[in-house]
Design a protein. Structure first.
Length: 213
């Protein structure tokens, strides 16, 4: 992973985003237009280029207490002072409390990692990978178009668990639950359940479409 820190607790500028969950090693492009966040970006670009992303549930406005640190890789400034930012997810964190709220939120956070395990997770990783390929194959058949998986799907069970979680769409609360898990095995097992349910749903729709044709 690109970022690690020997400091367990630190202050971190925070960027709450509606229904967006960032995972370690995953990209997040941002269009920064609010004045307070332009101030934040200008500040962090002069420092260590890192800030925290927290998911805001759009249904109730609740801000998550676990998020992911993002590192700014590239910043394009537009003529009207808006910014197009390219970031990459780094370390996960838990928000302990807010240090200040203006002009933007800054929180005191602690880094979190998955608990170490002696369990061989390669079997679970293989299961998730196969389920993923089944879902993509059925989706392609249902849509009658070619759908290909990228060549760079991670082989590491931990990195695979983040990759799959980040590519679930329209289920931000489920993604947030996966982000908060501190067990790679539990995250992969939950992804097996999600992908199995999706595969079964797609298989039923495909069978119905074939029967009607």
């Amino acid at each position: 992973m690109a970022f690690s820190s020997s400091v367990a607790v630190r202050e971190l500028p925070l960027f709450p985003l509606p229904d967006v969950v960032l995972f370690p090693d995953r990209p997040l492009p941002l269009h920064v237009f609010e004045f307070r966040y332009r101030i934040m970006m200008n500040t962090i670009l002069q420092d260590d280029r890192r800030f925290g992303v927290l998911m805001v549930d759009s249904t109730d406005g609740k801000v998550a207490q676990v998020g992911c640190c993002a590192e700014v890789l590239q910043c394009e400034r537009l003529p009207d002072d808006r910014m197009m930012i390219r970031t990459l997810g780094q370390q996960r964190f838990r928000l302990l409390n807010y240090v200040r709220e203006k002009p933007y939120y800054v929180g005191l956070v602690e880094w979190i990692d998955d608990e170490p395990t002696d369990q061989d997770l390669r079997g679970l990783g293989t299961q998730v990978d196969q389920m993923l390929r089944d879902v993509v194959k059925l989706s392609a058949k249902l849509m009658e178009q070619s759908v290909d998986l990228p060549d760079d799907i991670p082989e590491s069970p931990l990195e695979l668990s983040y990759w799959v979680a980040s590519n679930l769409y329209g289920v931000a609360t489920e993604q947030q639950a996966l982000l908060e898990m501190q067990s790679t095995a539990a995250r992969l097992e939950r992804e097996v359940d999600i992908l199995t349910s999706t595969r079964n749903h797609l298989a039923a729709r495909t069978a119905l479409k074939d029967a009607l044709n």
